[in-house]
Design a protein around this ligand. Sequence first.
Ligand code: NAD
Length: 354
Amino acid sequence: MKLAVLPGDGIGPEIVAQAVKVLDALRHDGLQVEMEEAPIGGAGYEAAKDPLPEATFKLAQEADAVLLGAVGDWKYDSLPRDLRPERGLLRIRKGLNLFANLRPALLYPELASASTLKPEVVAGLDLMIVRELTGDIYFGQPRGISTLEDGQREGINTMRYNETEIRRIGRIAFDIAMKRNKKVCSVDKANVLESTELWRQVMIEIARDYPEVELSHMYVDNAAMQLVRAPKQFDVMVTGNIFGDILSDEASMLTGSIGMLPSASLDEHNKGMYEPSHGSAPDIAGKDIANPLATILSVAMMFKYSFDDEATASRIDNAVKKVIAAGYRTGDIWTEGCTKVSCSGMGDAVVAAL
Ligand code: NAD
């Protein structure tokens, strides 16, 4: 397996170094993984005056999977939009055709007090949001702001999905459900939006190929409410780009600790880019205090979804569970009575637990 490693900016290099430590430990045990590093984001701009240098994109294209840290730093805010670090991220997602975004929200029982919700509501939460990433109202035409005959301005965006787009994201959600608790909740607004009426019809058609999976439907307004009322009722939630954008952020906060949340973005052939859900945290960069677990858990997702290697994925997941149970905490998740560790200290603890 060939892996493109793109540390990026801010805490990116620190957290990716811990994930690489884990990969090195697995290699030591005989796993065949080749890694090659390249700059992206602000680091790409510094190296080649481009947030996604051509050589970086080529490496990502040729690799079996991509591991990304994070991009962005306030010092690049004054650059033209096309040269800003975040632009590199959007271009690599689009260039690799990563249309499926997977965001698990998983709360370790020991961290239940970190959530703003009551511990009994969230303890043991294990939810996967599957969000369509390249269609919907964010990309639909026509769009724009125009001036009407009476002189006032009008803003237009178009919500549209075709069958192929719905089917491919639906299949990903059902395939993931087969590896989990076999429940898919499809979120739409089929009572008022035709594009999501089609969404619902296609989901029902896909479900015929997955008799073991229980499919339910929920309107997005109700889903937003249910996520904070009783989030443990969900296993896999699948939804379009705009609804998923909002619901996945809501779900990530159920766990209360952004430093714990991995993510994956997949193409049609399960090639993926894996990255923590958080940003580059320039406020704590270079201090060796960031939480590397979201990045390490992203590596576990990579083995599960791109390499179809459940055993290695579980091995990493279990090592993380073990260090949490043993009381090791970086500053963002630390509570009285636990052992505070640095970013690299947490990486070492996970390697030891492996
Ligand atoms: P952020 O996620 O970087 O940070 C938000 C807060 O969470 C900060 O206080 C930070 O210190 C803390 N935090 C984040 N990750 C942490 C970790 N692993 N351990 C401990 N604490 C952590 O969001 P922001 O401050 O809004 O953005 C900072 C930069 O990151 C901006 O340039 C933004 O554009 C960029 N960004 C990048 C991505 C990405 O690369 N995918 C995503 C979001 C934001």
